[in-house]
Design a protein around this ligand. Sequence first.
Ligand code: CA
Length: 386
Amino acid sequence: MKIDRIETFLLESPIDEPFGWSQGWAESRSALICKLTTDTGIEGWGECSGAPSQSVIHDCFAPLLLGRDPSNINALWHHLHHSLHNDNLAGGFGGGALSSIDIALWDIAGKGSGKPLVDLLGGPVRDRVAVYATGLYYREDPGYAQLIAEAQSYVEDGYKGMKTKIGGLSVAEDVERVAAIRGAIGDSRFLMVDANKAYSVSTAIDIGKRLEGLNIHWFEEPVIANDVDGYLKVKAGQPLALAGGEVWYNRFDARDFIVRRAIDIAQPDARFIGGISEFRDVAASANAMGLQVNPHVWGSSIMIAASISLTATFAPCPYARTPRPYAQEPVMEFDQTPNPIRNDLASQPFEANKGYVAIPDGPGLGIQIDETVLERLCIHKRESRS
Ligand code: CA
């Protein structure tokens, strides 16, 4: 079996209602979808983001992939990774490009063998995966009515936890906003806050202390993403557990955070960390240091399928006779923001049932891509053939 064709689709979709966080304001959603086709007609799907990743896939990777056997994922991964390493392109858009190829190769391996991804990874250690609702972003209307209604809708849907944004307002205003959410959902739900790197160390320590009474389960990305010592200072200076890692691009980005325990919860994203292969190894390293791994997921059904299958295989951390989500069981991010790409690209979108999602059981990623949606949302397609 050989890789015969590589196609990429840069997708963009408008959304009905814009939303914001500390670093940006979304008025549309986008994704880069990658499709590998073998000479035997098997199609593997992967995903990352951004036009520069599209260039890496076709201009750098295509000559190394076309005509090669897709079944040796390890050899191809390291070959692609090191093709970029000397030019310092193995992170960023290069790391995203590698991630998308890796995910597509696993999809091909599953479809070729008739096995779901979770079985290729050695099988699940739980029969469903706990998820938390990511939403509660900033909106054009600064009032709390819409925010509170959204938070209460997650409670009614059965989510045991949800995550909101901080860092977009003053510290005092953000604390008041988080308090409004806590007041609306009661004390029995987990609530997390995400600053998206908006703070200095001192400001992060300040807001962490002020949020203490609101029973915040984790404080995500308090300071700039690669500042290990900054994380350690924030960890020592305030009471909340720290989470981070969504922009790690490989084990080398993750290494110091894990070894030095600069975080309490690791959140790699399979779109960036190097796909399924590298995520699995980084997750094992994090587990060895007692860090829970709760995957960051902000992509389409391709990423949701890959992330559920990975999460299903993570050992409880720490181990327990009856492991519980948030305490020992991993909880995967389940994005609730407007995103037609996420909702429409697969024939059947993923849905949570009382805070859990089912593990895909079809071959490979276990999803069917609706190619009419792919063509409709595509703003730039590229193709490479052997
Ligand atoms: Ca985040």
